[in-house]
Design a protein around this ligand. Structure first.
Ligand code: PLP
Length: 426
């Protein structure tokens, strides 16, 4: 039979002495990725600690997952969506891959004040998946820039697509990606004058993890930089509703000229506690064109209709409720609660003498531990206070020397965590 296999050009290596392996070659891009994805790695370390210290009371200010229950009006929207499915008249199966017309309309009018057209809105199962689908659309030949530090999905999906070379141990960066350092010295906004051209610029504001939110004039600078270079900005606005400062736009599409250079991702995850429900959207303006003059929107439509089958109709019914007056008020209530936690974490760490950033337009507080390894600080905080945080280095080399604290916890947990920090550092 080995002769027959050879004729069929199938490489079969009998391995009687080891576990069975297929003859499929691993996608080499996956072997470039570092260790695990950040958040499962934090969970692994936390669980290992719990296993060794089963009676310790752990507080999580780690992964940015929402904790408050979904408020009444929004929940009734989810329930109405589920109930309809049990009736002959209300039942629906597959829907439009781009989302229901009603929800696209409501996002365009109630979030963007009709600055965008419903046809430019693509409803989805969340921003993380949308970033991956945008990368699939851009393909392996594209170059990208990211804020350093930033949400790890931009880099990891670039690696998966084959847009990069290997991870460089010397720089702790992937060769082939442009890391735009954002730190206290530049007000957490990249030095664009000294940034090289890339095809795509991932830009998250308010930023995860630094909590920095770009002002109107900074976004104008970003848009004109992209325009000058002929780049596409992928603007991640997942934390837009947390913005409190009056000079910080909630959408890049408020900036003149942005429609020719920007795509915006957004999500109900952090607005309404939909991290488990799963509902987001992307806006791809009609004016955004590739160098051959074709519309980016047309290709994204092709990605969504080919690789996605529409967001859950139950989730979309919840999304409609989010955008009612009552729903928007409920969202404000949730955000206000988390922002009070952020303020408490912020003032506590400032009182203890740390340099602290973020926490005013974002649910993340970014605490500086100059000259220290952030994984060491993470372990020290976990061991001494049983509080789970996130080491800044997990978001890129520019995050080393920082710890991210998430305000997505109960008020009581935040108070208790602050008490423990005062004991440890006071
Ligand atoms: N974008 C940023 C910046 C995030 O921090 C997160 C989640 O933490 C997401 C996107 C993911 O959003 P979603 O739950 O819609 O996939």
């Amino acid at each position: 039979s080995s002769r027959k296999d050879a004729r069929r050009n199938v490489r079969v290596t009998p391995r009687m002495d080891a576990e069975y392996r297929t003859g499929v070659k691993r996608n080499e891009n996956f072997s470039k990725l570092q260790a695990g994805y950040l958040f499962p790695e934090i969970a692994r370390r936390r669980n290992a600690y719990i296993e060794e210290n089963p009676d310790k009371d752990i507080i999580s200010l780690g992964i940015g997952d929402t904790t408050l229950p979904i408020p009444d009006h929004i929940r009734s929207g989810l329930q109405a969506g589920a109930s309809k499915l049990g009736t002959k008249e209300g039942y629906s199966g597959y829907g439009a891959e781009q989302g229901s017309a009603g929800l696209r309309d409501k996002i365009a009018s109630n979030i963007y004040s009709d600055r965008v057209k419903p046809e430019e809105v693509f409803v989805s199962d969340g921003a993380k998946c949308d970033i991956a689908r945008l990368q699939m659309m851009f393909g392996p030949g594209t170059t990208s820039a990211v804020q350093d530090p930033s949400y790890p999905v931009y880099v990891d999906t670039s690696v998966m697509q084959g847009q990069t070379q290997l991870f460089n141990e010397g720089t702790s960066q992937f060769d082939g990606i442009t890391y735009m350092r954002c730190d206290a010295s530049n007000g957490f906004f990249p030095d664009l004058e000294n940034t090289q051209r890339t095809d795509v610029i991932f830009f998250c504001s308010p930023n995860n993890p630094t909590g920095a939110a770009a002002s109107k004039s900074q976004l104008e600078e970003l848009v004109s930089f992209a325009k000058k270079n002929g780049s596409i900005i992928v603007y991640d606005a997942a934390y837009a509703p947390f913005v409190r400062s009056s000079d910080v736009p909630k959408s890049i599409l408020e900036i003149e000229g942005a429609r020719e250079v920007a795509i915006e991702c957004n999500s109900f995850s952090k607005y309404a506690g939909f991290t488990g429900v799963r509902l987001g959207w992307v806006v791809v303006p009609n004016e955004l064109k590739y160098s051959d003059g074709t519309k980016v929107r047309a290709d994204f439509n092709r990605v969504m209709t080919t690789c996605f089958n529409g967001a859950s109709n139950i989730a979309q019914s919840g999304g409609l409720a989010c955008l009612d007056k009552e729903g928007l008020d409920e969202i404000e209530g949730l955000i206000d609660y988390y922002m009070k936690n952020a303020a408490l974490l912020r003032t506590t760490m400032i009182d203890l003498g740390f340099d602290v950033y973020g926490g005013t337009d974002a649910p993340y507080v970014w605490v500086s531990f100059p000259g220290r390894s952030s994984w060491d600080v993470f372990s020290e905080i976990l061991e001494k206070t049983q509080v789970v945080t996130i080491p800044g280095a997990g978001f890129g080399p520019g995050g080393d020397g920082f710890i991210r604290m998430s305000a997505f916890a109960s008020k009581e947990s935040c108070e208790e965590a602050c008490e423990r920090f005062r004991k440890m550092y006071g």
